[in-house]
Design a protein around this ligand. Sequence first.
Ligand SMILES: O=P(O)(O)OC[C@H]1O[C@H](O[C@H]2O[C@H](CO)[C@@H](O)[C@H](O)[C@H]2O)[C@H](O)[C@@H](O)[C@@H]1O
Length: 247
Amino acid sequence: MSDVIDLPPPPPFDRLADARDIALFLDFDGTLVDLAHAPGAIVVPPDLGERLRKLAARLGGRLALVSGRSLDDLGGHCPIEGIACAGSHGAARRDAAGMSLGEPAQAMAPDALDDLRTGAREFGLMLEAKPHGAALHYRRHPERADLARALADEVAARFDLAIKPGKGVVELTQTGADKGGAVRAFLALPPFAGAQPVFIGDDVTDEDGMAACEEAGGFGILVGDRTPTTARYRLPNVSAVYEWLSL
Ligand SMILES: O=P(O)(O)OC[C@H]1O[C@H](O[C@H]2O[C@H](CO)[C@@H](O)[C@H](O)[C@H]2O)[C@H](O)[C@@H](O)[C@@H]1O
């Protein structure tokens, strides 16, 4: 783990991709789209799906989106047909042909959602109910971070869920789901198997994906300036990600 933010920029993407097979894992919010005040307020380039498919084709199909959003939510913002994806923090995965991989993700218990809804109303938090989890957002009220965390801790303990802190958010997920698991699952299969994995992400949950890439002989690229990080390289913002990838 590094706690310095003066990480170097990554080597030119073309040089890496020409030297050997690269498997590219891309986070969504904060990496491919700028963060916005609410989950539905993001601005996505209208042709992002097409651009990603072109990049995936160049990489022999070895490109996967790995997001905390559900696959349906992700697909509602960006057409993801033809692109391998993991949603719900790695719990739901499908290949580029749309085939589900691994165990189906567990549905969020309705009683847990009810408790979160009640608490969110009481503490003035925004609740994002997701098929396989939930997020308590406090971006607009940073002073409510501790309340969000306390509510999430209480509900997680009662319903055996995991906690994932993020930017302006604390999330509840099924236990055992993380982006590292998604990376390992893709790397076990063609066309990803044997390639050098590279994970690009901006948030704490992306660290698991970056660590899985390191384990497999690859590396992580941090977007922005969050510390500490396992990333070896850094790009300053979303625009720099597009530029680096010629996306
Ligand atoms: O893994 P990601 O693709 O980065 O998704 C992580 C979470 O992103 C979303 O929340 C974040 O983005 C919002 C929109 O910019 C922002 O308002 C919020 O503060 C951020 O935490 C999304 O709402 C979550 O469901 C994702 O898990």
